[in-house]
Ligand binder design. Structure first.
Ligand code: COA
Length: 167
């Protein structure tokens, strides 16, 4: 049976930390589906369709093995979408201890909602421990260079002469 992992997130935007988790997971599972959540409650800076597009472009640039990863946008419950797409694993990355409480609560809630799905955590690589989407956005909006923290497609997105992020 194909072992499919569903990696949900707001990806506002995708960072090099996320991409590292995806790349490593691609070696562990038959398929990794990256689920970009609409997540209006987080009031994302980047429009939903652009967040999906940036993940697609970043994966293409990362040249992962064909069929190993795919991207989809979704609205609704993560567990429902994961099940609909045949996933048996919910994948999340964890950084420092500060992520733990939130991730623990989400994993417990998702387990209660769907017993068949297991949440699997990968530790963020040391060099990505302090990267976050919020900090990337803050730096980019103030005109700083974020190319060390995000894939090239995301860095280009933030270049003011290409696209200015919409509130
Ligand atoms: N490296 C660097 N940073 C990382 C990282 C890594 N490996 N893994 C996570 N992060 C950071 C992100 O940059 C982001 O930073 P920010 O808080 O500054 O924005 C943060 O950790 C988490 O963002 P992201 O990975 O995009 O996930 P999220 O926490 O926004 O995702 C959902 C939340 C979408 C999974 C959750 O809201 C959800 O499942 N929603 C659907 C509705 C639902 O089912 N709700 C019930 C859930 S129990």
């Amino acid at each position: 049976m194909k072992r499919i992992a569903f990696y949900p997130g707001t990806f506002d935007p995708l960072t090099s930390g996320h991409l590292d988790i995806i790349t490593r997971a691609a070696g562990l599972f038959d398929e990794v589906i990256i689920g970009v959540a609409q997540n209006p409650s987080k009031a994302p800076l980047i429009q939903f369709k652009d967040r999906v597009l940036l993940v697609e472009q970043s994966l293409a640039q990362a040249a992962l093995p064909a069929g190993a990863v795919r991207v989809m946008g979704f609205d609704g419950l993560t567990v429902d979408v994961a099940k609909q797409h045949g996933a048996s694993v919910l994948l999340r990355g964890v950084r420092a201890l500060s992520d733990f409480e939130y991730e623990f609560m989400m994993a417990q809630m998702n387990k209660t909602l769907c017993r068949e799905l297991e949440t699997v955590f990968l530790m963020a690589a040391l060099e990505h421990q302090f990267v976050s989407s919020s900090l990337v956005k803050q730096v980019a909006q103030l005109g700083g260079d974020v190319s060390a923290y995000v894939p090239p497609a995301v860095a280009s997105y933030f270049k003011p002469e290409l696209i200015s992020p919409k509130p």
